[in-house]
Every structure is written in structure tokens, then in C-alpha cells.
Ligand binder design. Structure first.
Ligand SMILES: NC(=O)c1ccc[n+]([C@@H]2O[C@H](COP(=O)([O-])OP(=O)(O)OC[C@H]3O[C@@H](n4cnc5c(N)ncnc54)[C@H](O)[C@@H]3O)[C@@H](O)[C@H]2O)c1
Length: 258
């Protein structure tokens, strides 16, 4: 497709499904070698099977467990000889509910995957980033429109994605002097295994009705696709975005524009 990541090595968390898988496919098409990390090792392997031999590596790790993350990131760097790009995409919606009803364990798990996971994976990747003079390394965090506006009954998800937005800006300050750019993409609703059950709940058990209700909030008149989010991630990860750091890019069909 292109050469926007030619010679670069990337690691995509949550690369076994949805937006993460689309990002892996796009990165490989743009010339990158990609480590595909997922807590579901079989899903990571399925993604790797979709790309040419040798261009991707499946890794099994839970982003909330430091030892697993460190071992996986080290394995990626050892296999491909360097690491230039980290996409912190692994995430969970957690459970629906207002702050009054969410269990402590459910709250903690969602915050751990969506926020602590970003810290652990970034920390591990930073040990390997060594951008050449005139180049940069890049971290792209996949946040959400839920980090920009409130979404009814999504209390812990909104809190976690708001934290990712804040952390993106903060990391940009600390890492800019090392030529590491840190940006976030905030996707609107995209049909994936994560969003489908939520859309069905919104539609009272009817997925099509849930999609129709959701689309009303999108000026562009439809939901997004994983490939459209991957395109925004690719831009931020590539040297075309060499002057972007601390940027929060809504890829949301205008959902947060009003
Ligand atoms: N789908 C949407 O509408 C939407 C909208 C905005 C933001 N997002 C965000 O995009 C990202 C990807 O979501 P998706 O819709 O593609 O979801 P998905 O469920 O299709 O994929 C998520 C992947 O992350 C993996 N994962 C989950 N917990 C993990 C952990 N602890 N360690 C390692 N891997 C783990 C899962 O196994 C899965 O393969 C998430 O951060 C999500 O919050 C999604």
C-alpha cells in the first residue's frame, strides 16, 4: 500500500481484534514489522496469520501485569532488533453503570487495563526507543470520545479514557526532549466485538436499533470503521506527524464537534 513506516518496528497492544487488528494490518501494509500483543494469545496469532510471513510476531501478555509486559516488549525488540512505535490500544469497556452501582473490583479492573496498562507498556517500550538524529519514536494512545464528553452509564470507562487523554498530554512534556512523540486518537463508535453488545443493550436487545440511535449523534451519519481509526493512528505514528506531540485527535465523524 505504501512505505510510511518502512524500516520501522511497532508494537500494538490489543492487536488480536477490532481497531488493534486493523492497525496491525495497516502498519504492515506501510512497511513496518509489528509485534501483536494480546491477552488472548490465539487472537494475536490469528492477526499474525493475516500478514506475510516474518512481518509480525504474536505475543501473549496482560497489559496490567508488569512482568508479562516487560517480557513481551523485550521479546519484540529482540526479534526485530529495535522498537520505534507503541500503540496503546488494548482496552475494555468494563461494566455499564453510574458511580452509584459499579463494584469496586469492576472499577479497578477497567482502570487497570485502560490506564495502568498504558503506563506499563510505555515504560517497557521506552527502554528500547532510540530514535536516530532527525527522527522520532512515537506512542499513540487509543483513548475514546468518552475521554472528551460524558456518555450516560459509562462512568468508569469515561474516567479511564479521560485519564488516558490527560496522560497523553503529560507524557508529551516529559518525552519530547528525547524525541519521543506522544499523541492520542479518540475514536467514536466503531463496530467491534467490544461495542456490539453495548449497542445491542442501547437498542433494547436489538443491535440495528442500537446502531440507529447511536448514529443520530454522528453528523457524518454513520459509525466509523476499524480501518478509519487505523488510518489516524498511522498518521500519528509516522514521520508525517513529526511536529505533533500532545495532540488529541478525535476520529469520530463529528460526534464531539457540537
Ligand atoms: N469500538 C469502539 O467503538 C471504540 C470507541 C472508542 C474507543 N475504543 C477503544 O479502542 C480500543 C480497541 O477497542 P476495540 O473496539 O477494537 O475492542 P476489541 O474488544 O475488538 O479489541 C480489544 C483487544 O484488546 C485485548 N485486551 C483486552 N484486555 C487486555 C489486556 N488486559 N491485556 C492485553 N490485551 C487486552 C482483547 O483481547 C482484544 O483483542 C480500546 O482501547 C477501546 O476502548 C473503541
Amino acid at each position: 500500500m505504501g512505505e510510511r513506516l518502512a524500516g520501522r518496528v511497532a508494537l500494538v497492544t490489543g492487536g488480536g481484534s477490532g481497531i488493534g487488528r486493523a492497525t496491525v494490518l495497516r502498519f504492515v501494509a506501510e512497511g513496518a514489522a509489528v509485534a501483536v500483543l494480546d491477552v488472548r494469545g490465539e487472537a494475536a496469532a490469528e492477526t499474525v496469520a493475516l500478514v506475510p510471513d516474518g512481518s509480525a510476531l504474536a505475543l501473549t501478555a496482560d497489559v496490567t501485569v508488569a512482568a508479562e509486559v516487560d517480557a513481551a516488549v523485550d521479546a519484540a525488540a529482540a526479534r526485530f532488533g529495535r522498537l520505534d512505535v507503541l500503540v496503546n490500544n488494548a482496552g475494555t469497556f468494563g461494566v455499564l453503570g453510574s458511580v452509584e452501582v459499579i463494584d469496586e473490583a469492576d472499577w479497578d479492573r477497567c482502570m487497570a487495563v485502560n490506564v495502568k496498562g498504558v503506563q506499563l507498556c510505555s515504560r517497557a517500550a521506552l527502554r528500547h526507543f532510540a530514535p536516530a538524529p532527525g527522527e522520532s519514536a512515537g506512542i499513540v494512545n487509543v483513548a475514546s470520545v468518552a475521554g472528551l464528553v460524558g456518555i450516560g452509564w459509562a462512568s468508569v470507562y469515561c474516567a479511564s479514557k479521560g485519564a488516558v487523554v490527560a496522560l497523553t498530554r503529560q507524557m508529551a512534556l516529559d518525552l519530547g526532549p528525547r524525541q519521543v512523540r506522544v499523541n492520542a486518537v479518540c475514536p467514536g463508535t466503531v463496530l467491534t466485538p467490544m461495542s456490539e453488545p453495548l449497542l445491542a443493550v442501547r437498542g433494547g436487545g436489538d443491535l440495528a436499533a442500537g446502531i440507529a440511535m447511536t448514529v443520530e449523534k454522528y453528523p457524518i451519519g454513520r459509525l466509523g470503521t476499524p480501518a478509519e481509526i487505523a488510518a489516524a493512528v498511522l498518521f500519528l505514528a509516522s514521520e508525517e506527524a513529526s511536529f505533533l506531540t500532545g495532540s488529541i485527535v478525535a476520529a469520530d465523524g463529528g460526534m464531539t464537534a457540537g
